[in-house]
Design a protein around this ligand. Structure first.
Ligand SMILES: [Zn+2]
Length: 466
């Protein structure tokens, strides 16, 4: 039996408009085909920020502005990888963001998937070598091991260089930053699955004696990036607000059509229909944020929470829609907010939407700086999906042709309907956490193991003064 739906009229208008409009795909086409990768700190990123600001203005949002901030910029240089022994062979490779310029010649060691037990098994043998790790995670580990954790474990093991190997055939090397908003201490590159398999066979056949020469020429220098911020004002309850966001920067080797642009245009679409149909009835302000510089360190989101520290108490809820217009189910993944489970399950029943609600937290998107500040946060995703790889994500093949209008519509509709409920509910059963309560989760949650390794590396780097 259907739940009584107090938002029925809004739902019908907003969802009806989304499903009879092409606007969301038109916006995606401009973001991807006009502005390309929108890589952090580039003119394309700035042009995309202005396009998003123009869309927010066109849809009636207020206080639309670009907020700039300095960050550690990175520009790709040519990278070359050559096998010197036991045979000579040049392999195609690309630097990963924050790779420093370097020139090293040393032996290759495989860390398999790069999971904690595999690094433990390497023990001292990883020191002064180039460590190779696949992008996949061991099926029995029960969690996805992020590239950054694999790289940071290699640094902590004393490696001189790092090779990231795509797990997917036919998509070339997979990119992704080595560090957050700072140059990496050792070079890291990526090769395609096929070349990774070749190197693995060489190691097996030659009893582990493979010598490599790796040269990188990347440039690390300060740059400027931008968050785009816009408000749909609430008419009651003063300064209280709901934040809806997604990053708009992509990786330099791709259009970033799925990650992040499918989510970014779904945020814009949610803003469009909320403004058109619910703007006069909003009780609390909805703030829309297009974050810059996510791909290389969540920098736009970290700068936002710093710059708006005095407003964080006012944020009732933060919804991150990173890459939300992809193929996965449009569920609400709460970042360990048990008290909100019933609220969103009630919303799902009212909405008659396929919107699984679950609890899981990770540190690899723009919700995380809000989470660390104790703000009730979530992202759109499938809380029941098993850990899996990125497919064509973070490769040259994350292109517009693979994004489906129906998925953009589904993400936009869930985004708009959930946001309306968060903004207008009289009772919202979550309040900002204390720093002690945040620390407890940071110290113990299995989903934050990679973040704990990151903190360990930060401490060891500052101890040795690099
Ligand atoms: Zn993303």
């Amino acid at each position: 039996m259907n739940k009584t739906n107090p938002y029925l009229q809004f739902d019908q208008q907003m969802v009806g408009d989304i499903y009879t409009s092409q606007e969301v795909m038109d916006n995606l086409t401009v973001l991807c085909d006009e502005y390309g990768a929108r890589f952090a700190g580039t003119p394309e990123e700035y042009a995309a920020a202005n396009f998003i600001a123009d869309r927010f203005k066109k849809y009636g949002l207020q206080n639309v502005r670009l907020e700039d901030y300095p960050y550690a910029g990175w520009t790709r240089g040519t990278a070359t990888l050559e096998v010197l022994e036991p045979i000579r062979r040049k392999l195609h490779c690309i630097s990963l963001p924050y790779c420093p310029a370097d020139d090293i010649t040393t032996e290759l060691v495989s860390a398999g998937h790069g999971s904690p037990p595999e690094y433990e098994a390497l023990a001292d043998t990883a020191a002064n070598t180039i460590v190779m790790a696949k992008s996949s995670s061991p099926p029995d580990l029960g969690r996805w091991v992020h590239r950054k954790e694999k790289f940071e474990r290699a640094v902590l093991a004393g490696a001189s260089g790092f090779i990231f190997v795509s797990e997917h055939p036919g998509v070339g090397p997979e990119t992704g930053s080595l560090q957050n908003n700072r140059p990496a201490p050792i070079p890291g590159i990526s090769v395609c699955k096929e070349d990774g398999e070749f190197l693995t066979r060489l190691l097996d056949r030659k009893q582990g004696k493979v010598r490599l020469k790796l040269q990188t020429t990347d440039v690390n220098e300060p740059r400027t990036s931008w968050n785009v911020v816009a408000d749909l004002p609430g008419h009651e309850n003063g300064s209280e607000m709901v934040v809806v966001g997604c990053h708009y920067d992509g990786h330099d080797i791709s259009q970033g059509a799925h990650d992040p642009a499918s989510g970014m245009v779904s945020v814009i679409e949610a803003a469009r229909v909320l403004s058109a149909y619910a703007g006069d009835s909003l009780k609390r302000t909805v703030r829309f944020i297009a974050f810059g510089t996510e791909e290389i360190g969540l920098t736009g989101a970290f700068r936002y929470v710093e710059a708006h520290d005095s407003e964080l108490d006012n944020i009732r809820f933060m919804l991150n829609m990173d890459a939300a217009g992809g193929a996965s189910r449009k569920g609400i993944v709460l970042h360990q907010w048990d008290a909100l489970g019933t609220f969103f399950n009630t919303a799902r029943e009212q909405m008659n939407a396929e919107m699984p609600v679950g609890q899981k937290v990770h540190s690899y998107s723009d919700h995380f700086p809000f989470f660390l500040k104790g703000v009730p946060s979530s992202h759109i995703g499938d809380p029941e999906a098993p850990p899996s790889g990125r497919g064509f994500g973070h490769t040259a093949y994350d292109t517009l042709d693979k994004v489906k209008l129906e998925n953009l519509r589904a993400a936009s509709a869930v985004g708009a309907r959930v946001t309306l409920r968060c903004a207008n509910a009289d009772d919202f059963p979550a309040k900002r956490r204390s720093q002690e309560a945040v620390q407890e989760i940071v110290d113990t949650d299995p989903g934050l193991e990679g973040y704990r390794i990151s903190l360990k590396l930060t401490n060891s780097v500052s101890e040795i003064g690099v």
